[in-house]
Design a protein around this ligand. Structure first.
Ligand code: NDP
Length: 322
């Protein structure tokens, strides 16, 4: 089968297209024929070695497609089922072996590419707004990279819960997209100091929660944007990792809360995975949640997709089609 392989950590140029044997499912596993794989920032961290995987590996942790082979003894899944999955390496390929418990059935009313586009970033937006910090009506959230893949979904779910949303973005076009998604304010943080602007918008009070996936470039000012006893949810580091924090500073800045969540711990068992995915797919099918697919690339163009994502050129989801 065709696959993208990484033999050494590095830039997008280490993503090479190869022919490798199609894997065979073991106990409790199925073979999925992939119709679309999601490109996510975590794929960049795997490629650079920031989150090291053992070399060589096939990147990509999200895809949707059709079950082709089922290991014997598995009753809950059948050949021909349309499924999506996340947090399983090897998605930049024509096929992948996936543990059956990670498979999410795709409703008939949802096309396979939309399912691939929705799952990882949508589950993330779901757990961040419903579990990590359960947003309530009338609260105010600051969302960085608000026109990104996670960002556009996070803005919509925060609005759905009745929050006021302040988004940060790097361009006028991204500001427009964040506002279309429902953001009440969009700050061009490449031109305007977002800390001062958030203080101005909130009348000096600060926001209840900051959802920060940008990391190094935003972290300190994100802390300064919080109201006393507010929460900083640091869930990524698109601009680089955050240096160590002296915990006493949380007290002096207003008894702040801070957490560094990861999706894997919020879809840790099948019941939780299915409950969040069901919400997500229902909202998409009913039109309550809009998906924005920025671009669909052929599998061979994985390096170009990574360059675009890292180069801040994208707004919404990137897909690879084998
Ligand atoms: P995005 O589509 O959000 O792309 C990253 C965006 O970050 C860019 O478009 C850009 O938006 C912004 N950004 C700011 N500074 C930089 C920089 N120096 N280099 C690159 N981008 C920068 O990606 P994803 O939606 O895939 O992921 C967003 C973040 O969420 C990532 O950090 C990812 O690791 C994290 N994540 C965490 C999860 C978790 O469970 N903890 C799960 C899923 C994602 P702009 O141009 O507007 O500044």
């Amino acid at each position: 089968m065709k696959a993208i392989r990484v033999h050494a950590y590095g830039g997008p140029e280490v993503l090479s297209r190869e022919d490798i044997p199609t894997p065979a499912p073991g106990d409790g596993e199925v073979l999925v024929r992939i119709e679309a794989a999601g490109v996510n920032f975590i794929d960049v961290y795997h490629r650079t070695g920031l989150y090291p995987l053992s070399l060589p590996f096939t990147p990509g942790v999200e895809a949707a497609g059709v079950v082709e082979t089922v290991a014997s003894g598995l009753a809950q899944v059948r050949e021909g089922d349309r499924v999506a999955y996340v947090m399983q390496p090897g998605a930049y390929a024509e096929h992948a072996v996936v543990p059956a418990w990670k498979l999410v059935p795709i409703p008939d009313s949802l096309d396979t590419r939309s399912a691939a586009a929705a799952l990882l970033q949508g589950l993330t937006a779901h757990y961040l707004t419903h579990s990590t910090y359960s947003l309530r009506q009338g609260e105010t959230a600051l969302v960085h990279a608000a026109a990104g893949g996670v960002g556009l979904l996070l803005v919509q779910l925060a609005k759905r819960l009745g929050a006021t949303v302040i988004g940060t973005v790097s361009t006028e076009e991204k500001a427009r997209l964040a506002q279309e998604a429902g953001a009440d304010h969009a700050i061009l943080y490449t031109e305007t100091d977002f800390e001062g602007e958030v203080k101005r918008i909130t009348g000096g009070r600060g926001v209840d929660v900051v959802y920060d996936s940008v990391g190094a470039a935003s972290f300190e000012r994100s802390l300064n944007c919080l109201r006393p006893r507010g929460a900083l949810v640091l869930f990524g580091q698109s601009s680089g990792p955050v240096p160590p924090l002296e915990l006493g500073r949380l007290a002096s800045k207003g008894s702040l809360f801070i957490t560094r969540p990861a999706l894997a711990h919020y879809v840790a068992d099948r019941a939780e995975l299915l409950q969040r995915a069901e919400d997500l797919f229902d909202w998409i099918v009913s039109g309550e949640l809009g998906l924005r697919i920025h671009k669909t690339y052929p599998l061979e163009a994985a390096a170009e997709a990574h360059r675009d994502l890292e180069g801040r050129k994208t707004a919404g989801k990137l897909l690879l089609v084998p």
